[in-house]
Design a protein around this ligand. Structure first.
Ligand code: ZN
Length: 343
């Protein structure tokens, strides 16, 4: 079988790997769609991020869906031919955090396509993948496999919404409208947000944000005063989902959050400085959000029931002979939202 392997920055290869056989409780899935994520792009463009570096060849990818081709002993939930979205979250279910229901903080997490531990955790951009049956969530007929492959990034944003608390009737600010920001808009809407204002520095991205449900969009590069207007009377927004990692976005969000508002930080921008006085005087709560676990099933359920429509976020799907093209496109915000591979 073929797999998409990163060797170093800008050194991405399609290579042969030996397929595996499903053991007890496992299934073999023919992967049919895989979304390229920001972390895949970091490995491709920079060989990693922060202190996490590629130290050995690693298969990329973790936003995946496909069709079951073989089932191992003891699997009764699935049969050959079932279409499934696959959760890349593989906690140990035995450490202290797992036992407290905080699987996303598992001490022994084996999340696909991660160079954090050594040896690296090999990813899922490959033609065949053997997974535990509990990682699989059935995709209903009529739902495309490309939509199903959105379950993973959508679950990230559902977890962010869970970290924020109830959004019912709340006024929401989303800064940064890449795939995660855009999916956050959809996740917030389905959780009862009253008003969603979205910001970015690119008009093409903001147009998409409006199409998928933002009530108002602001280009903070060309018209920052439109956001500043929301700072009147100590602020407007109950919750700020920060998906850009940009220091200026965080600072401007603190200005327009209401007292006791919540800043949910999704974006990774490294070390930034924030105005402590604002956090103190307005009693702002700063909350991080990291990956997901149980939200994956909810993501698939919302997609299956057509409670959300994620299709407008798909820019295109490329075969293994066009892997470089796909990664270049995925890295160009002016031309793409979510790019997927087919296998
Ligand atoms: Zn664990």
């Amino acid at each position: 079988m073929k797999a998409v392997v990163i060797h170093a920055a800008r050194d991405l290869r399609v290579e042969e790997r030996e397929p595996e056989t499903p053991g007890p409780g496992q299934v073999e899935v023919a992967i049919e769609a895989g979304g390229i994520c920001g972390s895949d792009l970091h490995y491709y463009n920079h060989g990693g991020f922060g202190t996490v570096r590629i130290r050995e060849p690693m298969i990329l990818g973790h936003e995946i869906a496909g069709t079951i081709k073989a089932v191992g002993a003891g699997v009764s939930k699935f049969t050959v031919g079932n279409r499934v979205a696959i959760s890349p979250s593989r906690p140990c279910n035995a450490c202290d955090y797992c036992l407290q229901g905080q699987q996303n903080h598992c001490l022994n997490m084996r999340f696909y396509g991660s160079a954090m531990p050594m040896p690296h955790i090999q990813g899922a951009f490959r033609q065949r993948l053997v997974v535990e049956n509990w990682q699989c969530h059935e995709v209903k007929s009529g739902i495309s496999i490309n939509e199903a492959a959105f379950a993973e990034p959508f679950a990230v944003t559902l977890h962010a919404v869970a970290r924020a608390g109830s959004l019912l009737g709340k006024r929401i600010l989303v800064t940064g409208c890449g795939p995660i920001g855009a999916l956050t808009i959809i996740a917030a809407r389905v959780h009862g947000a009253r008003e969603i204002v979205a910001t970015d520095v690119m008009d093409a991205v903001l147009k998409k944000a409006e199409a998928i449900g933002a009530d108002r969009t602001i280009n903070v590069a060309s018209e920052p005063e439109r956001l500043a207007g929301y700072a009147a009377n100590k602020g407007t927004f109950d919750v700020h989902f920060e998906a850009s990692g940009n220091e200026r976005a965080i600072r401007s969000g603190l200005d327009v959050l209401k007292p006791r508002g919540v800043l949910v930080q999704l974006g990774l921008g490294g070390d930034v400085s924030i105005p402590q006085n604002t956090v103190v005087a307005k009693e702002i709560e700063v909350r991080g959000t990291f990956r997901f676990h149980e939200e994956f099933g909810l993501a698939v359920d919302l997609i299956n029931r057509r409670a959300v429509d994620l299709k407008p976020l798909l820019t295109g799907c490329y075969g293994l002979d066009e892997v470089q093209t796909a990664f270049e496109l995925a890295g160009d915000r002016s031309r793409s939202m979510k790019v997927q591979l087919s296998f």
